[in-house]
Ligand binder design. Sequence first.
Ligand code: NAD
Length: 334
Amino acid sequence: MKMAIFNTKSYERDFFERHNQSGQHELEFLEPHLDSQTALLAAGYPAVCAFVNDDLSAPVLRQLADNGTRLIALRSAGFNHVDLPEAQRLGLTVVRVPAYSPHAVAEHTVALILSLNRKIHRAYNRVREGNFTLHGLMGFDLHGLTAGIVGTGRIGLVLAQILVGFGMRVIAHDPMEGDSCKALGVQYTDLDDLFEQADVISLHCPLTPDTHHLINDASIAKMKPGVMLINTSRGAIVDSRAVLDGLKSGKIGHLGLDVYEEEADLFFEDLSDQVIQDDVFMRLLTFPNVLITAHQAFFTEDALNNIVAITLDNVRTFEISGRCDNEISPDLLA
Ligand code: NAD
């Protein structure tokens, strides 16, 4: 199938070319993000492939549909950036990669937790400068502390397995409680209780109208003083300004982010010679107890292999049958 792949980076191109060696699909690699300015580039392509920071709002979807696109193949699990009801109205099928490596994201989450706790980001710089003092590097044992996981789907479950292995007590909140988590000894509870009890809180629920700014002034007020908060899910689950206040007051002791609510203007680009205009983001970077990665939790070789293989398989299945098991139904957002 002819597919325009927006927002392509060179590392992804290699994977696509390797998985399309038979030449089954005609792939056009486009560097720009997909938005209302660039949607025209997809004219004549029945399939469009998009990433998490592409714009799939109603106006962009209308342009794509008007120009002959029938399939939107997301090379991501999250789909909060797609106007699904509009896609349905336009007769556009939207498919995604529901699972490619929950281990990649869960392990990155643990990397953030351990780095913040043991101050690895600070120690790395210090040792390179010949400063071998330990002042300010004291951490704490995770063993025996309570971790609170919000969302125990694929990624939350793997994280629970790892943290139970550390000897942490794991509590969780999810409207769909999971038997695998319960078998690990994870105790489900309501959100308020999780906020009150957890020493480390990690977010693994999708971004929906219900979870938008789930972490806000009121929820932070309920948390333990010095709590560690980790978000590798979607930026807008956290109200960044509220978190900034929480850090300034000391209520939040550590913050690890792989996602940021305004990341579309920042992440995946080299802005090192530009003045970044986002004051909240820049203020966050000044805290010694904040560690931010630029949406790289998914970024392992195993995950990229799976993402590309499943994306191309989704396209092939749609081409043959007009349907696909990985199609996103608008009901999922309801
Ligand atoms: P999943 O669908 O397997 O699990 C999500 C879980 O969240 C489900 O169990 C669901 O019941 C639960 N949930 C829904 N609403 C909730 C709420 N209000 N409160 C608590 N739990 C709720 O998804 P997954 O594969 O585990 O991925 C989780 C999220 O991680 C995705 O939505 C995506 O946004 C994010 N993600 C980030 C990266 C990255 O690179 N940083 C990569 C992949 C996925």
